[in-house]
Design a protein around this ligand. Structure first.
Ligand code: NDP
Length: 328
């Protein structure tokens, strides 16, 4: 492992992307997302992702010059046209209009289209909660996950995130894949020769396996929580696909280049609870959150990441990851 400051992580991300065809604005936005992931100890979405972003620029048709635009298509509905670029710049551009609309209307949604989302979802819901809003986000992917009882990949690893504002300016946030493990976790386990938990996936013959290499070699991942999680993945496909005029995971596969970020959509929802509940919602929410914080053995989702964030770096980055980046 090598120790790096957050400034070094940002600079390495920006330079590597700029050297490989990203304009300065896109390179900085993607690097901010990777740096935030490293800062929060979410390494599977940190610099580990950089080689695949570069592969997307070189071979996967990702548009390093994307200039995302935001359009209001109904009184409380926005659409972002992502121009086949990486999601971070599209999300940064969506933030201001979405916050403004949610505060005017009480609720506003945003469909991000033609983007390549290759990151965690907590940055976008946290940016909404930091503005006093409740945020929800969902995105599909490419097919890695079989529906409950099935053996063929149909759903993406479909993450869903939620954030709630707190009185001290902090946020509660959860962000979870629809699969037992995120794809990146399966890839890291395969790279490092570790087993994955039972229930993570099936091999290419449809047999349960704890060997990540067998899951990646023609096998499938499984949704968390059996048929209940499978239904949540189904909902995410519909919300981040048909509902915003975008592709399902199995449709995204048609244009996806293996190992590269793929095209798709993201559903974002922002709600202003001061409109629906009045000013007391923050204190009321704290009563519930405080009970979890005070309960032995329990913790709030996001607490691990936020504790890492409070340290402010430096962070440890794998030598293997840095060697792969140096080759770029
Ligand atoms: P985890 O299972 O590691 O964590 C899911 C959530 O549960 C986190 O909010 C985590 O908080 C919380 N949590 C974990 N342990 C506990 C606990 N004991 N008590 C309370 N809360 C807990 O994440 P996943 O592997 O499911 O997903 C990883 C990432 O992958 C996500 O950020 C997701 O957005 C991303 N992803 C992106 C995709 C894409 O296409 N862009 C596809 C699939 C996934 P904490 O972080 O504080 O531990």
């Amino acid at each position: 492992m090598a120790e790096m400051t957050l400034e070094d992580v940002q600079a390495l991300g920006e330079k590597t992307l700029a050297d490989n065809g990203c304009n300065a604005e896109n390179a900085a936005a993607v690097a901010r997302t990777m740096t935030a992931a490293e800062r929060d100890g979410a390494h599977s979405h940190g610099l580990f992702r950089l080689p695949a972003y570069v592969k997307g620029l070189r071979e996967g048709g990702s548009n390093g010059d994307a200039d995302p635009t935001v359009e209001q298509i109904a009184p409380s509905v926005l659409r972002v046209h992502g121009q086949e670029g990486f999601a971070p710049l599209a999300l940064e551009r969506a933030k201001g209009p979405l916050v403004k609309l949610a505060k005017e209307q009480g609720v506003a949604m945003c469909g991000l289209t033609r983007i390549r989302h290759f990151a965690a979802l907590w940055p976008e819901v946290e940016m909404l909660a930091e503005q006093g809003l409740v945020g929800m986000a969902m995105t599909a992917a490419v097919p890695y996950v079989a529906p409950a009882g099935g053996r063929e990949a149909l759903f993406g690893t479909n993450p869903m995130a939620f954030a709630w504002p707190r009185p001290d300016g902090g946020v509660l946030a959860f962000d979870q894949a629809g699969s037992v493990l995120a794809r990146g976790e399966v890839m890291i386990a395969a790279r490092d020769g570790h087993k994955v938990p039972e229930g993570t996936g099936l091999d290419k013959h449809g047999n349960p396996t704890t060997d990540p290499a067998e899951i990646l070699d023609g096998g499938v991942q499984l949704a968390f929580g059996g048929y209940k999680g499978s239904s949540i993945s189904l909902m995410i496909e519909l919300m981040a696909g048909a509902m915003i005029g975008e592709v399902f995971s199995f449709e995204a596969k048609e244009t996806a280049v293996p190992g590269c970020p793929f095209n798709g959509g993201e559903f974002l929802l922002a709600i202003d609870p001061s409109k629906s509940a009045g000013g007391a919602f923050l204190e009321h929410g704290e009563k519930l959150l405080g009970k979890i914080e005070d309960m032995e053995g329990a913790r709030l989702p996001g607490a691990r990441r936020h504790a890492n964030r409070a340290k402010g770096g430096p962070v440890e980055v794998s030598d293997k990851v840095l060697a792969a980046i140096a080759a770029l």
